[in-house]
Ligand binder design. Structure first.
Ligand SMILES: C[S@@+](CC[C@H](N)C(=O)[O-])C[C@H]1O[C@@H](n2cnc3c(N)ncnc32)[C@H](O)[C@@H]1O
Length: 313
């Protein structure tokens, strides 16, 4: 199955996760999982341990949205490039990072640009983070573009957290699965199908050509030892995993576990760019989830994939 199903960009391309798809950043920061310390520890450990003697100065957060990951990069790097192609998002990131978080403005460069076509100078970036957004890109074009921007020895990290599962309440999990199935079953437009193929593959469909990359590490957290944990349905991009890449499984990361009530599940689902789904169709499943939770919170665990790669000399 091909992963290249998003139409080539035209003069006025539509980018995924845009305002027309119902994106609400206030809900996003309230209901999406917060990147825990373990997330950034893994990034900084891979990056700084690979070339400890080097003076790393510049990070680039691609598809930065409102700047959540960029905010943590700003604690470790002198310069942070914050890029996103959708109208208004880098303005919002500026507000969050500079006005509200108090980082010095001089630290940042804001670019309303796509991952595939970016004005950042060649060989000028030390670390690139691509969090929760590669599925909206043409990965092979974007990954080549990341290789162009990185200095030799620089790090690329691409991450995705999947739909959370419910632990310890099978009836609630079944109802939650049924809600997911209604949403995913309604996906038929090419942009959303493309996104699904990438997410469903647990990033196995992301390829890192050996001429450009080394030290590829595919890390799965809370994924129960199976890449299938990332499957929302059976539209899966074909694997581009190379022999010699490292695959690592880590379970029990509490940073990606929580206790949540029914209102959180509703709020969380509303943060995903989604197809048209009728509330009437969903109603019986929400009611079943509510009954299964019986007014109590349930324990959630979120699977995460992080793919690391180093720019080769
Ligand atoms: C779910 S948000 C993730 C935001 C942020 N990285 C985070 O982790 O919270 C997806 C982001 O991808 C951006 N995006 C969509 N298409 C893109 C593209 N071709 N290049 C770069 N970013 C893109 C959207 O504008 C949106 O901000």
């Amino acid at each position: 199955m091909s992963t290249v199903s998003v139409p080539e960009q035209t003069e006025t391309p539509e980018f995924g996760f845009n305002a027309k798809q119902g994106v609400n950043w206030s809900d996003y920061v309230t209901f999406r999982p917060i990147y825990p310390p373990s997330f950034f520890n893994r990034i900084f450990t891979y990056h700084f341990n690979s070339h400890p003697e080097t003076n790393w100065t510049t990070a680039h957060d691609v598809g930065a949205g409102c700047g959540i990951a960029a905010s943590s990069l700003a604690t470790r790097f002198d310069k942070v490039i914050v890029s996103d192609p959708n109208e208004g998002y880098t303005k919002l990131a500026h507000k969050v990072l500079v006005t509200e978080s108090g980082h010095p403005e001089s630290k940042f460069r804001f670019l309303q640009e796509s991952a595939e076509k970016c004005s950042v100078e060649s060989g000028s970036v030390d670390l690139i983070t691509v969090c929760e957004c590669i599925h909206w890109m043409r990965p092979e074009v974007a990954i080549a573009e990341f290789a162009r921007q990185l200095r030799v020895g620089g790090t690329l990290v691409i991450t995705h957290y999947n739909h959370p599962r419910i632990e310890g309440n099978e009836r609630a999990q079944r109802a939650w699965d049924a809600i997911r199935d209604v949403y995913v079953g309604a996906v038929s437009n090419p942009m959303f199908e493309h996104a699904l193929r990438i997410m469903n593959s647990g990033f196995e469909c992301l390829g890192f050509p050996v001429e450009a990359w080394e030290g590829v590490r595919r890390l799965y957290v809370n994924a129960l030892g199976r890449v299938e944990t990332f499957r929302l349905d059976d539209r899966v991009g074909k694997t581009l995993v190379h022999e010699g890449e490292e695959v690592v499984w880590e379970e029990g990361d509490e940073g990606w576990m929580d206790e949540q009530g029914i209102e959180w599940f509703r709020g969380y689902l509303a943060t995903w760019a989604k197809p048209d789904v009728s509330e009437t169709e969903l109603k019986p499943y929400w009611e079943e989830l509510e009954r299964a939770m019986d007014g109590k919170k349930v324990r959630t665990a979120t699977p995460l994939v992080m793919v690391f790669a180093t720019k080769r000399a």
